[in-house]
Design a protein around this ligand. Sequence first.
Ligand code: DGL
Length: 272
Amino acid sequence: MNKSPIGVFDSGLGGLSTVRAIKKLLPNEDIVYFGDTGRVPYGTRSNETIESYTAQDIKFLQSFDCKMIAVACGTVSTVSRRLIEALPLPSTGILTPSAKAAAAATKNNKIGIMGTSATINSGAFDEEIKAFNPEAEITSVACPLLVSLVESNWCSVDDDVTNPAVRRYLKDILSAGCDTIILGCTHFPHLAPIVQKIAGDGVTLIDSGLEEAKYIRDYLSENGMLNGESHIGKARYFVSDRPQNFSSAAETLLGENIENECEFVDIFKFFR
Ligand code: DGL
């Protein structure tokens, strides 16, 4: 048994898709979440900047003696992949769990990837999917605008700005005939109902947050690292900008009020 928390981080609200899934699959686990809301978005920045932010975010989470680091950010999972793999504690990103799930789900070997510009430019998803399925034909689309729409909490299924934006980004993926789409940025599972409505029921969506949470569950259970079953998991949230902005959007995305659990942290104190 291991009672330490799981450390989860993202540039902002997106990683709550991983938190939501961890809470469901692992209700006995404590979570420390960091959302770098003062520096979001990450996905339009250079690899050097993303790696520097990654190192600071991890350093902050390590101050909680986390038993595992879950990178709940597609951009960090792809661009800072080597840095995460070199950590001296168990860690995961969304890359391998999502690529594996997509390779298993596709029937026509045509897989679409929606991600940030940095993720798509890294080519990491293409590489990882090919490792599981060398026959896969991949259509990748950078969807940077969708990150801001989620940060603005414009996620409702009928939103009249988000719908045309999603439709436009999906154009190439749908015309390529993809039967499986990876929501390869953790902000995007919050838009899953819109993506599904536009793509149609015949298309399988891979929720990167859910796939990551399944990996965490399996890893902790196989390594005897789960918390005791009598423990009720608690979550603390830290952000690098106004907590009120984060907690009010998080209430819709998580379906619970986290106002009292959300605090500001000066992330600049955590040098790489
Ligand atoms: N949620 C993030 C991702 O998965 C970050 C988006 C951004 O900050 O640009 O890529």
